[in-house]
Design a protein around this ligand. Structure first.
Ligand code: CUA
Length: 339
C-alpha cells in the first residue's frame, strides 16, 4: 500500500526530467556526459549494495525464522570483530571508488581555459533576474540567448552584479555559482550537437528566481561567425523619428542597441531573433507554451512586474509612454532581427 504512492512520486520526479532541453539524463556535451557517467556509477553501486543487503536479509529471515513449536529463545550473539571490520571497509572502498572520478571531474570542469587559444571566452554576469554574456575577444555583449559554436570549448568567467546566482545548463554541464564577493568563478563546457538548450538560475536569488532562465543556442562555426558579424552591425533605431526619440530618451537610458545606449539592462540588439523574451516568454507560436514575439514583447512592456516580480524594469506607462507608443516599440523590437 505504501509502495504505490512512493512509486507515483518517483514517476513524477522522473517526468520532470523528460524535457529534452532541460535534462541531465540526456547529455548533449562531454561535461554533461561525464556527469551522467558518475550518476550511473553511483546508481550501479547502490543497486549492488541494495541487492546484497536484501539477499542477506531474506536469507537470515528464512534460515533463522521461528520453527513450529519452538519456544526457547535461540542463542544470542553480541559483537563480531570480523564483521565490524568488513562493514567499515566495504563502504570506505565504495566511497573511494565514487570519490576518485568525482574529484577528477570537478577539477577538470573547473580548469582555467582562459589561455586556451581555441576556446571561446564568455564572461557571464548574473543580474536579478537576467543573464548577460560578454564575448570579450569579439567586443560583443548580449543577454538571455547565449550563442555558441558546437564542438568548441567555451571558457566561462562568472560574476554577479548583485546577489548569488547559479548558472546551470542541465544538458550541457553542472552548476556554477556567481559570487558577490568579487571572486571570479571559471569553468568550461562544449556542446556536441546544434540545438537550443535551456539554462536556469539554480540558486535562490529573489522573488523571480524561478523565472531567471536563459537559452543556449549551439550553432555551426560559420553560423556563429555570422552571428558575431551581424551582432556588430550599427544600431537600428525606430524609423519614426518621434518614436526613435522616445526610445532613446527612455529605453536607452538603461538598455543598449548596437553602439548606442548603456549596458545597465539587457542589451536589445537583434532581440527579434531571440528564443524568448525575458528568458521565459517563448517566441514560438507553434509551441503550446509559446507566442509570437510581438505578443510576448507587448505582454512584457505593458507590465514587466506581472511577468517577473521584483525585476528592475520600470513600467513604461510610469515613464509617460502611451499604450500606442508601447505597442509601437514592441513592434519595432520584434522586427529588430539579426540576419
Ligand atoms: Cu538568480 Cu536564482
Amino acid at each position: 500500500k505504501r509502495l504505490l504512492p512512493m512509486m507515483s512520486v518517483f514517476a513524477l520526479i522522473l517526468a520532470g526530467c523528460g524535457r529534452e532541453d532541460l535534462s541531465v539524463l540526456r547529455p548533449q556535451g562531454p561535461v554533461a556526459e561525464s556527469s551522467l557517467g558518475l550518476i550511473k556509477l553511483s546508481i550501479m553501486i547502490m543497486i549492488v549494495v541494495l541487492l546484497i543487503v536484501f539477499a542477506i536479509a531474506a536469507y537470515v529471515m528464512i534460515k533463522f525464522r521461528r520453527k513450529p513449536n519452538q519456544t526457547e529463545i535461540p542463542e544470542q550473539v553480541e559483537g563480531n570483530f570480523k564483521l565490524e571490520i568488513l562493514w567499515t571497509v566495504i563502504p570506505l572502498i565504495l566511497v573511494v571508488v565514487l570519490a576518485i572520478p568525482t574529484v577528477k571531474q570537478v577539477f577538470a570542469a573547473g580548469n582555467d581555459h582562459s589561455n586556451d587559444k581555441n576556446a571561446i571566452k564568455v564572461k557571464v554576469t548574473g543580474h536579478q533576474y537576467w543573464w548577460e554574456f560578454e564575448y570579450g575577444d569579439y567586443g560583443v555583449i548580449t543577454a538571455q540567448d547565449l550563442v555558441i559554436p558546437t564542438g568548441k570549448d567555451i571558457a566561462f568567467e562568472l560574476i554577479t552584479k548583485d546577489v548569488l546566482h547559479s548558472f546551470w545548463v542541465p544538458s550541457l554541464s553542472g552548476k556554477i555559482d556567481t559570487n558577490p564577493a568579487g571572486t571570479i568563478n571559471r569553468f568550461s563546457f562544449s556542446a556536441q550537437k546544434e540545438g537550443v538548450y535551456r539554462g536556469k538560475c539554480a540558486e535562490l536569488c529573489g522573488p523571480s528566481h524561478g523565472f531567471m532562465e536563459f537559452k543556449v543556442k549551439a550553432v555551426s562555426n560559420e553560423e556563429f561567425e555570422k552571428w558575431i558579424e551581424s551582432r556588430k552591425a550599427p544600431a537600428v533605431l525606430p524609423e519614426d523619428p518621434a518614436l526613435a526619440k522616445t526610445f532613446k530618451d527612455q529605453c536607452l537610458q538603461c538598455h543598449a542597441v548596437g553602439d548606442q545606449g548603456i549596458a545597465n539592462a539587457p542589451d536589445l540588439t537583434g532581440i527579434g531573433s531571440r528564443e524568448a523574451i525575458a528568458g521565459i516568454l517563448i517566441n514560438d507560436d507553434t509551441r503550446e507554451d509559446g507566442a509570437p514575439i510581438e505578443e510576448n514583447l507587448k505582454t512584457w512592456l505593458h507590465d514587466p512586474q506581472s511577468v517577473k516580480p521584483g525585476n528592475l524594469m520600470p513600467n513604461p506607462k510610469d515613464l509617460g509612454l502611451s499604450d500606442v507608443e508601447i505597442d509601437s516599440i514592441a513592434e519595432y523590437l520584434a522586427n529588430y532581427k539579426l540576419d
